[in-house]
Ligand binder design. Structure first.
Ligand SMILES: [Mn+2]
Length: 291
């Protein structure tokens, strides 16, 4: 099994790099920090390479001392990319650490995955990369400490939209139960990762709501945020998260679309209720992925 091979590579490695997608969400950051802490506990020289500003609402996460923007190590023995369906979503400056690593691993749950690593753990059914890590750590005999649990629970809570998305599984609740048994403050993590907003996040969500338009007899909800808005409202990393869920929660809406401007072009975020597979829609535009 691939996990056996990954465990062998972990045992053989000394220097290990971890990366996730740009504009990281709770699952990207939670899974990266969880893996980093787990590898550190095994005595490995592990780093989470990230260029984005750390989203304020995840300030409670442990392991932030292992986040670096760059590294003197050019050839890592092992590199992980987490929560990322294509290498194109990893920061352009950081990709080299993955490309130049002796062994490359990806762990992800997005559909339409490029399978771009030497060893790929891709589970489309899993609601979060953090949930894949829970079972992977258990399989590999890697201890889930309280700190690691906090990181993993964060990814599970945020990627299931607070245990509300249809992707939520019995394993999510089993892990939540484990976390409570081990003294992890689940309500606090839930509140900080899901329910607490900075003022600028509130303002950007309010603007997106005001702009929301309906198409196709109310089956499609659409809104957007551009660079000027970001500047005017001082929007920070992660504060546009959740905007796409606003349209999805309106009665009769099948597909919610949220566009936000990047340095070059717009990024589209799509969510659906019951009848549309939005991954198929996105896949038709894959040749336009520019980042
Ligand atoms: Mn995810």
């Amino acid at each position: 099994m691939t996990l056996d091979d990954i465990l062998v590579e972990i045992k053989n490695a000394e220097n290990i790099a971890i990366m996730a997608h740009e504009a990281p969400d709770g699952d990207a950051i939670g899974s990266s920090l969880a893996l980093c802490l787990a590898l550190r506990n095994l005595g490995k020289n592990a780093y989470f390479l990230m260029r984005d500003d750390f989203p304020e609402n995840f300030n409670y996460l442990p392991g932030r001392e292992f986040i670096v923007e760059d590294s003197d190590i050019k050839n890592f023995d092992l590199a992980f990319v987490l929560d990322c369906p294509t290498i194109k979503r990893v920061n352009m400056e950081l990709r080299k650490y993955f490309e130049m690593a002796t062994v490359k691993v990806e762990i992800d749950h997005h559909t339409k995955n490029d399978m771009f690593a030497d060893l790929n753990i891709v589970d489309h059914i899993s609601p979060a990369t953090c949930q894949i890590l829970v079972s992977s750590f258990e399989y590999m005999g890697i201890e889930i400490t309280k700190d690691i649990g906090v990181c993993l629970l964060t990814g599970i809570i945020t990627d299931t939209n607070g245990f509300r998305n249809t992707n939520v599984s019995t394993e999510c609740f089993e892990f939540a139960s484990w976390a409570l048994e081990h003294g992890i403050n689940l309500p606090k993590i839930y509140k900080q990762s899901m329910l607490t907003m900075t003022k600028s996040k509130f303002e950007v969500q309010k603007l997106a709501m005001n702009r929301l338009e309906f198409f196709a007899d109310g089956k499609i909800a659409f809104t957007y945020i551009n660079n000027e808005d970001d500047k005017a409202l001082n929007v920070k990393a992660g504060e546009r998260d959740g905007i796409v869920e606003i349209g999805k929660s309106i009665e009769g809406v099948e597909v919610s679309i949220f566009l936000y401007e990047k340095e070059k072009g717009y990024k589209a975020s799509l969510r659906s209720n019951e009848y549309v597979n939005v991954a198929d829609v996105c896949f038709n535009f894959r040749w336009r992925w520019t980042y």
